[in-house]
Ligand binder design. Structure first.
Ligand SMILES: CC(C)(COP(=O)(O)OP(=O)(O)OC[C@H]1O[C@@H](n2cnc3c(N)ncnc32)[C@H](O)[C@@H]1OP(=O)(O)O)[C@@H](O)C(=O)NCCC(=O)NCCS
Length: 210
């Protein structure tokens, strides 16, 4: 069955929540976002909020031809990214998934934010927030379809991009031109868990090269 890429819609969010919790099983995600109803609800609300933002894009990969596509089709992968923007000051405190390990979540977000600031400074950049393919559908090209669309949008704008990569995600990002610039770690059950801070430089497009 061929794979098809499309923009995700609000009606897709329940499936995206399932996909997220069925895919992300790293030690840090299991600790900070355990798969329990209140955390699932927290994640659902965060996606509902994201899909309304003009600078955030959510894409899905489904199986099948465009003509036969239904909202009920199985979504096998999705991604979320943001184009450069200034984060609006809502005045509201950040919402954390209280049923997870909030202290660890804050520590990881704090380290990630500091590294990103050091690496990117004031450079305008795209931020790749989520890339996920259901385990049983991995290695079929769904992640690459999403990355190809991401790179197309970034390259049309001729801008930088940034991602915090899990060990599982790093080879895919490398294949699409991201380079590791730094890492950060948190301790989980006395074991270090490390993410990579990866940057993709603006690409010179083929027309400019000629
Ligand atoms: C990272 C992730 C999104 C990749 O998704 P994917 O759909 O498996 O990606 P692709 O199928 O496009 O590529 C994966 C591999 O399969 C290979 N592949 C792609 N199409 C293929 C096909 N038809 N047949 C065989 N192999 C194929 C790719 O070349 C790639 O190989 P490589 O790892 O040696 O470079 C997925 O592994 C995932 O969701 N992991 C868990 C969540 C996670 O860690 N996400 C990243 C967060 S930072």
């Amino acid at each position: 069955m061929p794979l098809r890429l499309a923009r995700a819609e609000a009606a897709d969010i329940p499936q995206l929540v399932d996909l997220y919790f069925n895919t992300f099983k790293s030690p840090i995600v299991l600790r900070v976002k355990p798969n329990v109803p209140p955390v699932r609800e927290w994640y659902k609300k965060s996606l509902e909020n994201d899909i309304e933002k003009p600078y955030t894009r959510l894409y899905k990969v489904v199986e099948g031809q465009a003509e036969s596509a239904q909202v009920s089709d199985e979504i096998i992968a999705f991604a979320k990214w943001s184009s450069p923007h200034t984060e609006p000051q809502s005045g509201k405190p950040a919402q954390w998934p209280e049923d997870g390990d909030v202290a660890l979540f804050k520590e990881a977000v704090g380290k990630a934010t500091e590294k990103k600031k050091n690496i990117m400074g004031e450079k305008e950049h795209w931020y790749l927030g989520v890339l996920a393919t259901l385990p049983k559908h991995q290695r079929r090209g769904a992640g690459s379809l999403l990355m190809t669309e991401f790179c197309k949008e970034v390259d049309e704008a001729g801008q930088w991009s940034y991602v915090e990569a899990s060990p599982h995600g790093r080879p895919t990002y490398q294949r699409f031109g991201f380079e590791t610039r730094d890492t950060f770690s948190v301790m989980i059950d006395a074991e270090p868990y490390t993410d990579c801070c990866m940057v993709r430089e603006p690409q010179i497009n083929s027309q400019e090269k000629q």
